[in-house]
Design a binder for this molecule. Structure first.
Ligand SMILES: *Cc1c(COP(=O)(O)O)cnc(C)c1O
Length: 363
């Protein structure tokens, strides 16, 4: 090859997505595989989504609304903010990339936990910025470490609450003390992809008092609790000066029409959301109990997934589980060689997972 790839892009490790079910089934010659590897909603999505999407199909020759008006209005009402505080993205991944492109000059820094959701690092490097990674402390975000890593070149600080992949959380007090120590000129990106599943009242929720601090950018997604991962839609709530930058650089039609109406319908169906949340809690509690009884160490979690120490190579165990038609995530690539990450499924999926794990682990 004679063309030259950007140095910062050369340093990017490709994103390792969980294998889609269809691929696993083809590869292993199995059917009815159970996928508990990508923190998806096992209960599907609101039945109102299908109606909304079908009724929109006749309009698909038209471009989408550049700003999904009704959806934004509903979000504005829900969070007591204005439309100009909002950016809608093709998944929250899209907004992460926009933040990196909008606020980093080449060589400027974005501080984040290590390990982190891989899209932070990929987006920062793509924008020619420098990710500065701060190892976790006791499987939780090292907030003091993040503060210490800030330099005059730091423009962005990422936190994830609850944290993926450990399920750990940041409390209100911890967050406020942390934010207090950060300079005025950094954006604090609070990724709340799993916030709907939180059961502990002391956990920080950036939209309980939205826009209290102009540095805070809240990221939310329809991919998890709302069950719309395949549609690709998420949003950010932020100071209007920040939103204006992101809206300026995003693709004008970054969110497709069907995703817009799907999200609107999903947001209205609070009943489906409540059922998802209670079903998820039930699943987490069941799996935690069974795995603990089997002698595995389950980490406490506030998300729809948990991390478990299987005390043997998690890569090998994952492979054996795949052969039994159960797809979970090995955390070996994160440096946690004996840990799996498993999300709550339906009752039946959870039982299948427990049976398969006990059998491959020889319990
Ligand atoms: C799943 C997830 C998201 C959501 O990404 P989308 O692009 O909205 O699907 C964001 N952040 C974290 C940490 C996640 O695990």
């Amino acid at each position: 090859m004679s063309f030259s790839v950007s140095e910062s892009v050369k340093a990017i490790k490709p994103y390792e997505a969980g294998k889609p079910l269809s691929e696993v089934e083809r590869e292993y010659g199995i059917t009815n595989a159970v996928k508990l590897a990508s923190n998806e909603n096992p209960f599907g999505c609101s039945p109102k989504v299908a109606d909304a999407v079908l009724s929109k199909l006749p309009d698909m020759n038209r471009y989408p609304e550049p700003i999904p008006f009704t959806l934004c209005q509903k979000l504005a009402e829900k969070y007591h903010v204005r439309m100009e505080n909002m950016v809608i993205g093709n998944g929250s991944d899209d907004i992460i990339a926009l933040l990196a492109h909008g606020f980093l000059n080449p060589g400027q820094e974005a501080v984040m936990p290590l390990p982190s959701f891989l899209m932070y690092e990929i987006s920062v490097k793509t924008a020619k910025g420098v990710p500065v990674m701060v190892p976790l402390k006791d499987f939780s975000t090292n907030l003091d470490g993040l503060v210490k890593a800030v330099t005059p070149e730091t423009k962005l600080v990422f936190v994830t609450n609850p944290f993926n992949p450990t399920g750990a959380v940041i409390t209100k007090d911890e967050f406020l003390r942390f934010a207090d120590k950060l300079p005025d000129n950094v954006l604090i990106i609070v990724d709340e992809a799993y916030i709907e599943f939180v059961r502990n009242d002391s956990v920080y929720n950036s939209l309980s008092v939205p826009l209290a601090d102009p540095r805070i950018v809240t990221l939310r997604t329809f991919s998890k609790a709302y069950g719309l991962a395949g549609f690709r839609i998420g949003y950010g709530i932020m100071d209007k000066a920040v939103a204006e930058i992101l809206n300026r650089i995003r693709q004008p039609f970054n969110v497709n029409t069907l995703a817009q109406v799907a999200a609107q319908a999903a947001l209205e169906d609070t009943d489906f959301l409540s059922k998802t949340i209670s079903g998820t809690h039930q699943g987490i509690d069941f799996l935690t109990q069974k795995f603990t009884e089997a002698g595995f160490e389950v980490m406490p979690t506030q998300a729809n997934f948990f991390m478990v120490d299987v005390k043997t190579s998690s890569r090998d165990l994952c492979e054996k589980l795949l052969r039994k038609g159960v797809v979970v995530r090995s955390l070996a690539s994160y440096g946690y060689d004996t840990f799996l990450r498993i999300n709550a499924g339906t009752d039946q999926e959870n039982q299948t997972c427990v049976d398969a794990l006990l059998s491959v682990a020889g319990k």
